[in-house]
Design a protein around this ligand. Sequence first.
Ligand SMILES: C[S@@+](CC[C@H](N)C(=O)[O-])C[C@H]1O[C@@H](n2cnc3c(N)ncnc32)[C@H](O)[C@@H]1O
Length: 203
Amino acid sequence: MEHDFWHQKWSEGRIGFHQAEVNAYLVSYWEKMDLAAGDKVFVPLCGKSKDMLWLQDRGHDVLGVELNPNACLDFFGENGLVVEMGEATKFISHRCEDLNLLCGDFFALTKEALADVKGVYDRAALVALPKDMRADYANKLIELLPKGVKVLLVTLEFDSPQGPPFNVSVEEVNGLFGQRFKVEWLGEAVDGDRKEVIWLLRD
Ligand SMILES: C[S@@+](CC[C@H](N)C(=O)[O-])C[C@H]1O[C@@H](n2cnc3c(N)ncnc32)[C@H](O)[C@@H]1O
């Protein structure tokens, strides 16, 4: 999926994926991650999600990565946070206290950038990508994430070849992540014609 696709969505305000409230599955299932305050949490393809504020309130350092510069700026502006910007290799960092959003391409991240990450929260990241890119995304996470990391993942199952979001089956989750992680089903909920499934991946 081309970067322009996402930039256009943001510039036209077609961001139906953005939730005005903190994600209910995050609130219900985060304790399963068993992380301590101070542990760093990585939020790939983060948009301007309020979930990052919730994670910060739990005492986590939050590192997001997001392609679109306005999404990064809006996150801080809409939440009344003063942002400090700086250049990092291939990224522009947007920081306020222990929240850091890297503006740039997820696929350009390095192991060093994620070296001290203890947890990952993926809501609407994997399912935002078409099939080939989902494999690249999972492989990149597997390559970059340090030993011992845990991942809270939300997927969608529904009957449509169109996307985003895309249908991601149980078999696909196991195929993408099973080579490294123990894949544990935590729960699911039906919302209209869609099923949302919550997973815990452990090293
Ligand atoms: C479906 S949205 C989900 C945003 C967020 N996770 C949420 O729950 O609101 C996917 C986001 O990924 C961003 N994105 C897409 N490809 C990316 C890439 N290669 N690197 C970084 N961000 C990307 C898009 O700009 C978009 O904001």
